[in-house]
Write a protein that binds this ligand. Structure first.
Ligand code: ADP
Ligand code: MG
Length: 760
C-alpha cells in the first residue's frame, strides 16, 4: 500500500548542501511492524516526516494505494495526514491547555466527525490504552507513560492505515517502554506501523522487519517486500476546522493566561471606553439641546424687522470658481460681491393685519416695536424731569386681543404688586439678582443708591405728555415746551404707575434671554398713537415739505426723512419690528408657513423676510457639538491605533508560545488556513472582551460623570450611551484587534510543521 521510490532529500544550510536521504526505496506491506534503526543523524526522523507528509521530498516518489503524492497540493497533503497517518512522538506532543479527551478528539474535529461520535470514539480509544479514568485530566497531570498512551490513542482514533512512531519510548523507563511496545505491537496486527528507534534490542524483540539507515543510505532490510500493488481507488476526505473549533481551542488557551488576556483587553478597551464616553456625552447634550429648543427656543420670537439679513444669501463675496488659488499668473481679476444681502422689509398696516389674522391658537404673544417717542416726565426731589425712553421701555408681548400673554405668566414671577393690561400700568423687569441696568434706575430717578426698596418703586408715578401740550407752535415752527413742572401738573397728562416688579422664573431659559427694563402694555402704545396722530404738530407735519421742528427742507440729503419725523411724533406708522412668539415647536412651523404664504408670488423686493432665532441658535449649537465630538473622537481613535499595534504584539508573542501547538495541529492534519483561524479566534476573543470591558467601564464612569454635570449645571442624567453605538463600538473593537492579529496569524500559518514540532 505504501511505496517509496528513490526518495532524495537534502538540506541546504549556509550554501552547504547536506544530503540527508539518498535514493531510499522501500515497499511496505499493509500490515506489518517495521523498525527503522540507525545512529543519530542518519536521517530516520526525516524519512518518517516525509512518509507522514509533514515534510516534502526533493525527488523520487511516494505512492499511497497506487496514487502518487508527487503533485499533491498542500490541502491534499493535510488531508492525507489526517486520514491516513497517525503520529506518535518521543515527546508526546500533547496540547497542554486541553484535556486528554479534547486532545484525542481534536483530529476528528478536523475531519468533521459529529460531536457525539467524536466523544464516544475518543473514550473508546482512551479505554483501549487503559486511560478511561483519566479523560478529564490535563497532560501535565499524567506520567510519561500515560502521556504516550494518550498520544497512541490520538494516533489511533481516526483509524488511520499507517502509524508512525518516532522513538516512542525514548523518554520512558524500561518497564514502561515494554508496556508501550506491547501496545504498539498489538496495533501492528491490523495496521502498518513504522517505528524509528536506535534501540536495537527493542526493534528485534517486537518488530517483524528491521530497516537500517546510515548517513541517509539504506544499509539493510531484514524482510523486504517486492510485490507490485494492485491499483486501488484512493480517496481523500478533506479536512477543515470550523471557526467554532478554533474559538474553543483559543478560548481554552486564553484560560491558561487569564490575567494577561484581561490586562491586554483592558488596555485596548481604553480607546473604546473614551469614544463611548464622548458619544454618550455628546448624545446627552444633543438631547438636552433638543429639549431646550422645544421648551424655550420655540418661544424665542420670530422677528420681522425693517431691515433684515437675507440668510439665503449667505456669501458676500462671489466664489469665482474658475479662478485658481495662489496662481502664478500675473493678472488681477474682479472680485464680485452679492449686494443685496440686506433686505428692506416694507412693513405695512396691511402686513400687520395679516399677522394679526393668524390663528390665535398658534401664538402665545405678539409685540411691535415702533419709532414712536414717548414724552414722559418724572419727579426727582420735587423737580419734573424728562425721561430718555429709548432702550428702556419695551412693549410686553400680548395676545391678539391685547390681554396678558401666557409667555409672561409662564416665564416670570410677579414678586411685588400686580400685572394688568391697563394702559396706565408699567412693570419693572429685574434679573435673577433683582438688578436693573443703570439707565433704567436713572430714568426711575435713582442715581446714587445701591439698593432701593420695592416700596419706593411700586407705585412710582410718571406723567405721559401728549403732543398738543408738549409742542407749541411759535411762528412757523413748533418748539418743545420746557416748562416740565407745569406740564407735569397738566390735567391732560396721563398718569403712569409702576404696578409690579417681575423676575424670570428659576427654570425659565426664556427669561434668562430677556434683559431688564420697564415694560408697558399694548394698550398704552395704541393710546399714544391714536392721540398723537390727531395732534396739530402731526397734522401740520403731514402737510409740510419741511421739518416743522427745525424748518429744514426735506431733500435726499436730509438727516431725517419726513416719514421718520412722523413716526417719531407718533403718527400711525407701522411697526419698526414685529416679534411673534409661537406657542410651541409645532406651532412655530405653522406660523412660519403662514408667513411664507404672504410672500408667495411676490416680487423679491416686496417680500417680507423673517428671522427664526431659534433655528439659528440650534443650528449653531448643533454644529459646534458635532465639531467638538469629532475632535474628541479623533483623539480617542489614536489610542485605538495604539491598542491595535499592541494586540499585534501580544498575538505575536502568543504565536511564539503556541508554536508547538501549531506543529501538533499541522501533524494531525490542520491546514494553514486553520492555523490562521486559531489565532484570528484568539484576537476575536480579545477584541470582544475589550469591547465589552470598554462599554462596561464607560457605563460605570457615566454615573460619576453625570453627578458632576448635575452639580455644575443642574442637568440630570445627561450622559447616556446609545445601545446602537455600544454595539457598533464592540464591533469596531473586534475588527481592530482582528486587524492587529492578522499579520502574526499569517506568520503562524507559514511556520514549518517540522520546525514547529521541534520547539519546546
Ligand atoms: P535522526 O532522526 O536519524 O537522528 P534526522 O533525520 O533528524 O536524524 O536528521 C538527519 C540530518 O539532517 C541531520 O544531520 C540533521 O542535522 C539534518 N537536518 C535535519 N533537519 C534539518 C533542517 N531542518 N535543516 C537542516 N538540516 C537538518
Ligand atoms: Mg530523530
Amino acid at each position: 500500500m505504501l511505496k517509496l521510490k528513490n526518495i532524495k532529500k537534502s538540506y541546504e544550510v549556509a550554501s552547504f548542501k547536506q544530503v540527508v536521504l539518498n535514493n531510499i526505496s522501500i515497499n511496505f506491506r499493509d500490515k506489518e511492524f517495521v523498525s527503522i534503526l540507525g545512529p543519530s543523524g542518519s536521517g530516520k526522523t526525516t524519512l518518517l516526516n516525509i512518509i507522514g507528509g509533514l515534510d516534502r521530498y526533493d525527488s523520487g516518489n511516494l505512492i499511497i494505494n497506487g496514487k502518487s503524492t508527487k503533485h499533491f497540493k498542500n490541502r491534499e497533503l493535510d488531508a492525507y495526514r489526517n486520514n491516513t497517518i497517525g503520529f506518535i512522538f518521543q515527546s508526546y506532543n500533547l496540547i497542554n491547555h486541553m484535556s486528554i479527551l479534547s486532545n484525542v478528539e481534536l483530529c476528528m474535529t478536523l475531519s468533521g466527525v459529529s460531536k457525539k461520535e467524536r466523544k464516544q470514539r475518543a473514550i473508546s480509544a482512551l479505554s483501549k490504552v487503559g486511560l478511561k479514568d483519566h479523560i478529564h485530566k490535563k497532560p501535565n497531570q499524567l506520567s510519561g507513560g500515560q502521556m504516550q498512551r494518550v498520544a497512541i490513542a490520538r494516533a489511533l482514533v481516526n483509524n488511520p492505515d499507517i502509524i508512525l512512531a518516532d522513538e516512542p519510548t525514548g523518554a520512558l523507563d524500561s518497564k514502561t517502554s515494554t508496556q508501550i511496545m506491547e501496545l504498539i505491537k498489538e496495533i501492528a496486527k491490523d495496521k502498518l506501523v513504522i517505528m524509528v528507534t536506535h534501540n536495537e534490542e527493542l526493534a528485534k524483540k517486537y518488530s517483524s522487519r528491521i530497516i537500517t539507515l546510515k548517513d541517509g543510505e539504506m544499509l539493510d532490510d531484514t524482510n523486504p517486500y517486492n510485490q507490485e500493488d494492485k491499483k486501488e481507488e484512493y480517496k481523500l476526505n478533506k479536512t477543515s476546522m470550523n471557526f467554532f473549533t478554533a474559538l474553543n481551542l483559543s478560548f481554552n488557551n486564553i484560560l491558561t493566561k487569564k490575567g494577561r488576556t484581561l490586562l491586554t483587553a483592558f488596555a485596548s478597551s481604553i480607546g473604546i471606553m473614551g469614544i463611548a464616553l464622548i458619544l454618550s456625552l455628546s448624545n446627552g447634550f444633543k438631547i438636552q439641546i433638543d429639549k431646550f429648543e422645544k421648551d424655550t427656543l420655540s418661544q424665542a420670537p420670530i422677528v420681522v424687522s425693517k431691515q433684515t439679513m437675507d440668510v439665503s444669501k449667505s456669501v458676500v463675496n462671489k466664489d469665482s470658481e474658475n479662478l485658481k488659488k495662489y496662481t502664478s499668473k500675473k493678472k488681477v481679476y474682479k472680485l464680485e460681491t452679492i449686494e443685496s444681502l440686506v433686505h428692506e422689509n416694507k412693513i405695512t398696516y396691511e402686513y400687520m393685519s395679516y399677522i394679526e389674522n393668524i390663528d390665535e391658537n398658534l401664538i402665545g404673544g405678539l409685540s411691535y416695536i415702533r419709532e414712536t417717542n414717548f414724552n414722559i416726565l418724572t419727579k426727582v426731589d420735587g423737580e419734573a424731569k424728562i425721561i430718555e425712553t429709548k432702550n428702556i421701555l419695551t412693549q410686553m408681548p400680548s395676545l391678539l386681543d391685547g390681554s396678558i400673554s401666557n409667555i409672561i405668566t409662564d416665564n416670570f414671577d410677579v414678586i411685588q404688586g400686580n400685572i394688568t393690561n391697563n394702559k396706565e400700568d408699567l412693570f419693572l423687569l429685574v434679573d435673577e439678582k433683582n438688578r436693573v441696568s443703570e439707565g433704567v434706575l436713572k430714568s426711575l430717578g435713582f442715581t446714587d443708591e445701591d439698593e432701593i426698596d420695592f416700596s419706593d418703586i411700586v407705585g412710582k408715578e410718571f406723567k405721559l405728555i401728549l403732543n398738543n401740550d408738549f409742542y407749541k407752535k411759535s411762528n412757523q415752527n413748533y418748539v418743545q415746551n420746557y416748562d416740565y413742572n407745569n406740564l407735569y401738573d397738566n390735567k391732560n397728562a396721563l398718569t403712569l404707575k409702576i404696578s409690579a416688579v417681575i423676575r424670570g422664573k428659576k427654570d425659565s431659559d426664556f427669561a434668562k434671554l430677556s434683559g431688564t427694563g420697564i415694560i408697558y402694555n399694548k394698550s398704552l402704545i395704541d393710546y399714544v398713537i391714536e392721540n398723537n396722530t390727531n395732534s396739530s404738530i402731526v397734522k401740520d407735519q403731514i402737510d409740510s415739505n419741511y421739518n416743522v421742528l427745525t424748518l429744514e427742507k426735506f431733500t435726499d440729503k436730509s438727516s431725517v426723512s419726513k416719514d421718520q419725523i412722523l413716526a417719531y411724533l407718533g403718527y400711525k406708522s407701522p411697526a419698526y419690528l414685529i416679534q411673534i412668539y409661537p406657542k410651541d415647536f409645532d406651532s412655530k412651523d405653522k406660523v412660519l408657513s403662514y408667513l411664507d404664504k404672504y410672500n408667495k408670488n411676490k416680487e423679491e423686493k416686496d417680500k417680507l423676510l423673517y428671522l427664526d432665532q431659534a433655528e439659528l441658535i440650534t443650528q449653531m449649537s448643533g454644529s459646534i457639538m458635532d465639531a467638538i465630538t469629532i475632535v474628541l473622537i479623533a483623539f480617542s481613535a489614536i489610542s485605538l491605533v495604539v491598542s491595535t499595534i499592541m494586540i499585534g504584539i501580544i498575538i505575536y508573542i502568543s504565536v511564539l508560545e503556541r508554536t508547538k501547538e501549531i506543529g501538533i495541529l499541522r501533524a494531525i492534519g490542520a491546514r494553514k488556513k486553520d492555523i490562521t483561524r486559531v489565532f484570528n479566534a484568539e484576537t476575536f476573543i480579545i477584541g470582544l472582551t475589550s469591547g465589552l470591558i470598554g462599554i462596561l467601564c464607560a457605563n460605570i464612569l457615566i454615573v460619576p460623570i453625570n453627578k458632576i454635570i448635575y452639580k455644575l449645571s443642574d442637568l440630570n442624567n445627561v450622559a447616556k450611551l446609545n445601545v446602537v453605538h455600544a454595539i457598533i463600538l464592540v464591533i469596531i473593537s473586534i475588527i481592530l484587534t482582528t486587524i492587529g492579529g492578522l499579520l502574526p496569524a499569517k506568520m503562524a500559518s507559514k511556520k514549518d510543521p517540522v520546525e514547529a514540532l521541534k520547539t519546546e
